[in-house]
Write a protein that binds this ligand. Structure first.
Ligand SMILES: Nc1ncnc2c1ncn2[C@@H]1O[C@H](COP(=O)(O)OP(=O)(O)OP(=O)(O)O)[C@@H](O)[C@H]1O
Length: 302
């Protein structure tokens, strides 16, 4: 069931058309990503969904509510991650949670949220004394405090180190597993690939594709490069005769096989039959980066 429906959304700022006919729907229980480069119109799109901006065209339905008319009802079902600058420096973690709880009819047990987010020990710490990762986790707690059905997370892991980023991803998967639908704005390919069930790729205010990460990758060339060092001499012609193999090259002590479809299986089966071990085996194939490049004609600028 679609929980969010966006149809032909248009938003202009003066002469700039930031969102130019965007359409997508988000199914209940999924992590849906909006992926695109800086300035693509991602934040403007979600701000229209959150009811924070007035659209110039199209329609939006969030659990049957139009954000343009029903902002009070919407606040009870949709939790939005705050931008860091929206909290005063001196507010304590506990105070922020108490304050935000007071906005909702049925707030979550925030002690439990702190526990899940690993912030219990920081209850009495001022916001300005939190690390980047802790601030991020607090903003997620505040997005979830109204027990929303949908959480909108914008640039969730920007500014976090790789370890904190991975922790945050696991956390978001847990939130989804608890039944919350997640709308995630990102310009990180790895984040999109790892977390999202489906993605809308947005470029210059337009949706250029909506699919799963794997679906997007499969639209680009499925060429694979299989590189390995054989543990014993191997006649290259045997590799070249394999189905789906198009090219075989020597690179010093390594062999590089180029193929598609089932080439990897064919190569590893041949090696197994010949009792040859493929040392330093590396398989390169198309990634979401390649799919993005194919869809938009440029690389995303991280
Ligand atoms: N308040 C505003 N007034 C005027 N122009 C704006 C405003 N907000 C955004 N824009 C412009 O609208 C376009 C889309 O911006 P938006 O912030 O939605 O993109 P984004 O994909 O979220 O980018 P980023 O990842 O950099 O946040 C950009 O050209 C931006 O400069």
């Amino acid at each position: 069931m679609a929980i969010i429906e966006v149809r032909d959304l248009v938003k202009r700022y003066g002469d700039t058309t930031a969102v130019d006919g965007v359409s997508f729907s988000v199914e209940e229980g999924e992590i849906f990503g909006i992926l695109g480069p800086n300035g693509a119109g991602k934040t403007t799109t979600v701000e229209c969904i959150e009811g924070l901006r007035t659209r110039d065209g199209g329609s939006i339905s969030v659990l049957g509510h139009d954000p343009a008319d029903d902002s009070t009802e919407l606040r009870e079902v949709l939790g939005a991650q705050l931008q860091e600058s929206q909290l005063p420096d001196k507010i304590k973690v506990r105070e922020a949670l108490e304050l935000y709880s007071s906005f909702y009819r049925s707030p979550a047990d925030w002690n439990r949220l702190l526990e899940i987010l690993g912030l219990t020990e920081k209850r009495e710490t001022q916001f300005r004394r939190l690390s980047g990762g802790q601030k991020q986790r607090l903003s997620i707690a505040l997005a979830l405090i109204g027990t929303p059905k949908i959480a909108v997370l914008d640039e969730l892991t920007t500014g976090l180190d790789p370890a904190a980023r991975r922790d945050t991803w696991s956390l978001i998967e847990n939130v989804r597993d608890s039944g919350v639908t997640i709308l995630l704005v990102t310009h990180f390919m790895e984040e999109a690939e790892r977390l999202c069930d489906r993605l809308a790729v947005i470029d210059s205010g337009k949706v250029v594709a909506v699919d799963s990460p794997a679906g997007l990758v499969s639209t680009v060339d499925d060429e694979q490069r299989i590189r390995f060092r054989p543990s014993a001499p191997l006649d290259e012609r045997l590799l070249l005769d394999l189905p789906d193999v198009c090219d075989v090259q020597r690179a010093g002590s390594h062999i590089v096989v180029t193929g598609n479809g089932n080439a990897l299986n064919a190569v590893t089966s041949l090696l197994a039959r010949k009792q040859i071990i493929a040392a330093e085996l590396r398989v390169e194939q198309a990634s979401l980066d390649d799919a993005f490049l194919a869809l938009t004609g440029r690389k995303i600028d991280n």
